[in-house]
Design a binder for this molecule. Structure first.
Ligand code: AMP
Length: 230
């Protein structure tokens, strides 16, 4: 099953993504994580991306698109993938769809977690990263995933704040891109909705992210379960 996963920063995409990854045994490919890993390893890609990420701007398509298309060719992707953080604009959506069409594959499902912008911002500022595992969600502003003191609630690992999560201007910039329905991420979502209207695929799954983590997970699993997909 090939899934593109949308939701503004702070909507709980990381948390729900970890659940989908486990359940369907597909890799959870997060472009933000790929960039951050490259930055901490001091690679050339990381060096190029850092300045954009620090101010909440998009890393240029010339860097991001080939990086993602290449990642989707990985051996672990043969049974499907969950793509999170890409596409973030219409150009990326078109290029992804074109590249997949050439390979004879489709995006099967497009998931969108909806959330009000102000709520998303509050959640972002409470987010903490587990240094042991990116898929261990912790947030001081969400009861269900509150850290255990100052340690990861799952593994007890050390927690860290993301630099771009504490910078309000960077958060606003990221949300400007997400909520832009002309060229930004909401326009990319619309691109998949239009494809779905035309061809019946991808299936569109919408979730209200303003509820508890458990409620969103329950609806997500139910809706995915109803789709008759490989
Ligand atoms: P995220 O972890 O998804 O919040 O991504 C962190 C940052 O990585 C973003 O603010 C962008 O600077 C960069 N980034 C992630 N995904 C993309 C993408 N699809 N296109 C361009 N830049 C991206």
């Amino acid at each position: 099953m090939n899934i593109v996963f949308f939701g503004p920063n702070g909507s709980g995409k990381g948390t729900q993504g970890a659940i989908i990854k486990e359940r369907y045994k597909i890799p959870h490919i997060e472009t933000g994580v790929i960039f951050r890993d490259n930055i901490s390893q001091g690679t050339e890609l990381g060096e190029k991306a850092k300045a954009y990420i620090d101010r909440g701007a998009l890393v240029p398509d010339e860097i991001t698109i080939p990086m993602v298309l290449n990642r989707l060719k990985g051996e672990d992707c043969t049974n499907g993938w969950l793509l999170d953080g890409f596409p973030r604009n219409v150009r990326q959506a078109v290029r992804l769809n074109e590249a997949l069409t050439r390979e004879g594959i489709d995006v099967d499902v497009c998931i969108e977690i909806t959330l009000k912008r102000e709520t998303a911002k509050k959640r972002i500022m409470g987010r903490r990263l587990c240094l042991n595992d990116n898929n261990h969600p912790n947030n001081i502003n969400i009861e269900a995933i509150k850290p255990n003191g100052d340690r990861c609630r799952i593994c007890g690992g050390e927690l860290k704040k993301r630099d771009d999560d504490q910078d309000e201007a960077a958060i606003d910039q990221r949300h400007d891109i997400y909520y832009d329905s002309k060229n930004g991420t909401r326009a990319a979502i619309q691109y998949f909705k239009d494809l779905s209207d035309k061809r019946g695929i991808p299936a569109i799954v919408e979730l209200d992210g303003g509820r508890s983590v458990e409620e969103v997970t329950k609806e997500l699993i139910e809706k995915l379960g109803k789709l008759s997909l490989k």
